[in-house]
Design a protein around this ligand. Structure first.
Ligand SMILES: [Zn+2]
Length: 263
């Protein structure tokens, strides 16, 4: 008889464990909220907890249909009081259960982004040395005290954008196949800023590159805010206020709006 390699056995068992714990998690939540759930565990960054209730039909006012719950994977490892709060939240959102959930997210939000370890860090480009730009911005705005790393990014993973919602919206409307670019991303797990290599272009002014990096550095010190619907807002009013302290803020935004498409 052919023996099954050890590795695949381990993998299968691990897979199974995961299933069981998701199932257990679902049952626990159902017990707490007293309703049947259609539960989806996700790795979504922007919607950590999303609850949609089925519309109650006149003949079935109690709404016996399942409640749709989409929840981020980090909650699988949450302490009992947080899971209790999630169950209560599904039944009825209150200030109390919302606060418990919010606190849990604040304490764990660094686990949400980018689970993969960074590969080699590349700082030298053809036109920009990212380490030098980072050092300059750090000195000018953070007394040289911010401890983050930087690298040109590889063409994968989720990247952040500094474009305002308005700009994004306009770009989307302009044409369907818009060239929507994400400039850079901050990865809290590895305290790493990843910059899109497309910015390594001689037409990109240094103040724009500095602005992009300054923006990502701010992400490393200003935590996101959780909305009542469970969405994480990274560009909070406080974030925007700090962002405007960048010396060439207006100039950088204008360059982005008018010249970026030309590179
Ligand atoms: Zn951002």
């Amino acid at each position: 008889m052919k023996s099954v390699p050890e590795k695949s056995l381990t993998y299968k068992r691990k897979d199974c464990d995961l299933e069981v714990s998701e199932q257990k998690f679902k049952l626990r939540l159902e017990r707490i909220c007293g309703r049947r759930l259609n539960l989806r565990i996700n790795d979504n960054v922007s919607s950590l907890l999303n609850v949609t209730y089925p519309r109650a039909r006149p003949k079935d006012p109690a709404g016996r249909k399942e409640i749709n719950v989409s929840i981020n994977r980090i909650f699988l490892q949450a302490p009992p009081e947080v899971i209790e709060a999630v169950g209560q939240f599904i039944r009825r959102a209150t200030q109390k259960n919302r606060t418990i959930i919010r606190r849990f997210i604040y304490e764990n939000w660094h686990k949400i982004r980018s689970p993969s370890a960074p590969r080699r860090l590349v700082v030298k480009g053809k036109y920009f040395n990212l380490a030098e730009v980072l050092k300059k911005v750090n000195r000018e705005y953070f007394q040289g005290k911010l401890r983050v790393r930087i690298s040109w990014s590889l063409p994968r993973g989720r990247l952040d954008t500094v474009a305002s919602d308005k700009t994004e919206h306009k770009r989307r409307r302009r044409k369907r196949s818009f060239r929507y670019i994400q400039f850079a991303a901050y990865d809290e797990t590895h305290r790493l800023i990843r910059v899109n290599p497309r910015l390594d272009n001689k037409r990109v002014p240094s103040y724009f590159m500095e602005y992009i990096i300054y923006h990502e550095m701010l992400h490393s010190i200003i935590p996101p805010r959780l909305t009542p619907s469970g969405r994480l807002v990274y560009h909070t009013p406080e974030f925007r206020r700090r962002e405007r302290l960048f010396k060439y803020y207006e100039k950088a935004r204008q360059w982005e709006e008018n010249c970026f498409d030309k590179i």
